[in-house]
Design a protein around this ligand. Sequence first.
Ligand code: AMP
Ligand code: MG
Length: 408
Amino acid sequence: MIAVERALEIVLQHAPQLAHEDVGLGVALGRVLASDVRSDVDQPPFDRAAMDGYAVRSYDLRDAPVTLDVVGRIPAGAAPHASGPQPRQVMEIMTGAPVPPGADAVLQIENTRSVDGGQRVELLESVVPGRNIAPRASEVRAGNVVLARGRTLDPAALAVLAAAGCARVSVGRRPRVFVLATGDELVEVSEVPGPGQIRSSNGYALGAQARLAGADVVSLGTVADDQQMLEERLTEGLRADVLLVSGGVSKGAFDLVEPALARLGVRVLFDAVTIKPGAPLVFGTAGATLVFGLPGNPISTQVTFDLFVRPALLRMQGAQTLARPRVEAELLSAVDNRSKRANHLPAALRFEGGRFVARPIRSQGSADMTAHAQANALLVLQPEQVRAEAGARVPAILLGNFLDTDGR
Ligand code: AMP
Ligand code: MG
């Protein structure tokens, strides 16, 4: 048995960085940037009006209100003017338009009153120089790095890339992940389980988790606990960048996965981690392929994926941030840990009264999918920590659904 941290270290040491590829900006969401991106233009590219109103010489407004001549109108998209307002003149200007030379502020339209059919305008307030003008290059200078390598592309990053002129971007290749569920008791979702049978759910959870981590996923379906059939399917699975196998890694008579992998030439690097849920956890490599034998209990599968597989998939794509955020949360009720392993307990977390509070979710154990689905965080109790009382502060790992839940 090795500790969680050590196991993750081993996994990451063996996770190869995949090649880069160029993709169009329109399909780059969730991909990981492979190189620093620089802007090819100043942003803004000219002194830009930040309000609809009047481009003014602020000195003219020192004794506002004052009525001045309107000598032009500048819409967004107009080429920058060669000449601007002379003393006691103003120009009407729109948000996003280039501020003309001579003008040093924009007075917003709400503080003005048009007179003489727009020939003149009454400016109701004075303005300080620079007001409502975004100077050229005040946000970004041409040539500057606007996004760093390793950034996962979210909507805000895509906007930055678009503004920087990146119609295509270099990103880490998506890992190809094959998912195989093992177990004699498993039937397909569309079937009604017979006596002793259950529907196979792990493949769906794992496939979805891998997709959310940027992988291309291929399902290898379900295989029985039969040495020959298992080896055939595993052989197929070893063509992946990452093979995920669920079930068959404990110490039972029909837990055939680890020996089968070994026979197929997989170098097993560990097969037990001091974690709950999920102690039997096999990790190995076959050439550049990573193989995870995840315990079949549905929560063990999902939690061990999040802690070990997801960081590997992100590392392979070149991501900077691999771990889920951790916070400290105050327990609303006590939790126990009799496992002597690092216990990861489902909880509903919310921010309230200046701190995170955690409501532990009553779970029947590592098969209780329904309880786990109510959680948006995992409370972590260390192996030696037997109990944490209500009111105690414990570390919590935010789960992927955290931002879409309110923890109630
Ligand atoms: P195993 O790791 O094969 O010993 O399985 C542990 C527990 O997880 C058993 O109760 C299995 O029935 C259950 N299990 C294994 N594979 C799956 C699966 N694909 N979907 C749902 N439960 C599973
Ligand atoms: Mg099994």
